[in-house]
Design a protein around this ligand. Structure first.
Ligand code: ZN
Length: 374
């Protein structure tokens, strides 16, 4: 979108990718595809999720001659990211919203040891959503909303309306009813991205994820995970024309975006738009809901945590039992002492205490009493 809006590319711009982007020397960004022509234009690059293409156009944005240097180019790119709702809060109606991160230039100046010591190659993987940037799922869903709406959004909110709305409610809800217009990007740029994202679902990386009777637009994502299997990401909006729903699904350790997150996003959109899930879909919902993707290391951590918890409970229970036993013993001794101090064949109260004490006696005392020994 940035490269299109800045006039750096047109939708027909293409790159030659043979399995990765190597124009930065030391940094090489791998691509899942090697076949010639898979990034011959924007639509193909989106459909095939070509990392080389997005690395290339990211550099074009940072090295834009319109801006005097890397810092200025980066600041303009960051301005677009913030306009699209990334690296800032969206002011949802929940506390503790995370703004995630589109790093400031000062972060990179510090990291690389000065403003002139980094360039578009140093931060290349930002172009495919990596490096030091982060985004929350709600930011990604909102981004889909902006693209679907061709340039605007309403802040995401849980409370849609209040029954018998009063003036106070209206003023409370006002900020969620305010239309936020994102930086004015041409309709043709949005159209190019819509077409590419539709191709993703027709013959691209999400081709086998279908919503019965509905055409939609999507983009798969596979986030590298240094601790294990990649995280699976899927963002989408549907229907393709007059969109009604935007979604973002993130499945940790799920692998490719189309494998774990894609089907879930598909079910959400199908249920929302068709109000039901097809019979064939239901079987897959069952399979997905039973899939356990928790890695062994984390499962072991939970097991260990659980066994420690169980052991702690057992120790507490044993301590509580011992305390009850001790109290009983004490009560028995007291009762026995008291009963011994009463005359044999005494009054009613004495008899009652005797009965009670025999019930509470431990075995040793009972034996001694029964054998007549003191
Ligand atoms: Zn490629």
């Amino acid at each position: 979108m940035v490269a299109l809006d800045e006039g750096l590319i047109t939708p027909s711009y293409g790159v030659s990718c043979y399995g990765g982007y190597g124009a930065c020397g030391g940094v090489y960004v791998r691509c899942e595809h090697k076949n010639p022509g898979h990034a011959a234009n924007l639509r193909l690059a989106l459909a095939n999720s070509c990392n080389s293409y997005f690395s290339d156009i990211f550099r074009k944005a940072i090295d834009n001659r319109k801006y005097s240097n890397t810092i200025q180019g980066y600041l303009k790119w960051k301005e677009y990211m913030n306009a699209f709702g990334l690296g800032r809060t969206l002011e949802v109606d929940l506390p503790s919203e995370d703004k995630a991160n589109i790093p400031d230039t000062s972060k990179y100046n510090k990291f690389f040891g000065g403003a002139k010591r980094w360039n578009s190659c140093s931060v290349l993987t930002l172009g495919i959503g990596q490096d030091k940037m982060t985004a929350t799922p709600i930011q990604m869903a909102n981004l889909m909303c902006i693209i679907a709406n061709r340039g605007y959004y309403y802040p995401p909110h849980f409370v849609d309306s209040i029954e018998n709305e009063m003036d106070a409610d209206t003023s409370l809800l006002a900020k969620y009813r305010k239309k936020h217009i994102v930086t004015r990007i041409s309709d043709s740029a949005y159209q190019a991205v819509h077409d590419g994202m539709n191709d993703v679902t027709v013959y691209g990386t999400a081709a086998y994820i279908k919503i019965p009777g509905i055409e939609y637009c999507a983009k798969t994502g596979t986030a590298q995970n240094p601790h294990g299997k990649n995280h699976s990401i899927f963002v989408a909006f549907a229907p393709k024309d007059n969109p009604k729903i935007a979604v973002a699904v993130v499945v940790e350790n799920g692998g490719y975006g189309s494998v774990a997150a894609g089907p879930i996003a598909g079910f959400i959109m199908e249920k929302y738009l068709n109000d039901t899930i097809s019979t064939e879909g239901l079987a897959r919902v069952e399979t997905v809901s039973k899939t356990n993707l928790i890695p062994d290391a984390i499962r072991r951590w939970y097991l260990r945590k659980d066994s420690i918890r169980i052991a702690k409970i057992a120790i507490e229970e044993a301590a509580a039992k011992a305390e009850i036993q001790e109290e009983n013993n004490k009560a028995n001794t007291e009762a026995l002492l008291e009963s011994n101090s009463k005359p044999i064949g005494g009054n009613d109260t004495g008899n009652k205490i005797k009965i009670k004490s025999s019930l509470l006696m431990n075995d040793d005392k009972r034996k001694r009493r029964d054998s007549g020994k003191p």
